[in-house]
Design a binder for this molecule. Structure first.
Ligand code: ZN
Length: 135
């Protein structure tokens, strides 16, 4: 597959509101977008750091995978998202090489990105997202 850069790092938080003073007040980053992704039951907040973003993920329901993650592991880094070219092709290639996929087809993520996750069982326990701006 062809990866160009780290698109974002996803961080699970109980409350975006409570974390803003750290990201904005201490790190001096600017939150430029807060958006709820209904089908993933998360609220997301984005900060640009050069070409990469930090994505805070706050669960909007106890059913959210983020709520379950926090319950199990506590707040912290949740996933790494790589900007990839041609996700359907990348997924096919990964699967052929024996990687377990969470998404066999890309789906819609925050910021209008096309996203797909690889299973942590196949990625050294790091939940890995591939994402791409649709043409
Ligand atoms: Zn993400």
């Amino acid at each position: 597959m062809e990866i160009t850069h780290i698109e974002h790092i996803g961080i699970a938080v109980k409350s975006i509101e409570e974390q803003l003073p750290y990201y904005e007040g201490i790190l001096g980053l600017k939150c430029y977008n807060i958006e709820t992704v209904e089908d993933q039951k998360v609220k997301t907040a984005f900060f640009r750091v050069g070409q990469t973003k930090i994505e805070l993920l706050e669960p909007t329901s106890e059913e959210s995978t983020i709520a379950k993650f926090i319950e199990k592991k506590g707040e912290g880094i949740h996933h790494i998202a790589y900007a990839a070219k041609n996700i359907p092709e990348a997924l096919k290639e990964a699967e052929e090489k024996g990687v377990r996929l969470i998404d066999r087809q890309p789906r819609g993520g925050a910021e209008g990105l096309s996203i797909a996750f690889l299973h942590p069982k196949s990625t050294g326990s790091v939940l890995t997202e591939l994402c791409e701006h649709p043409e």
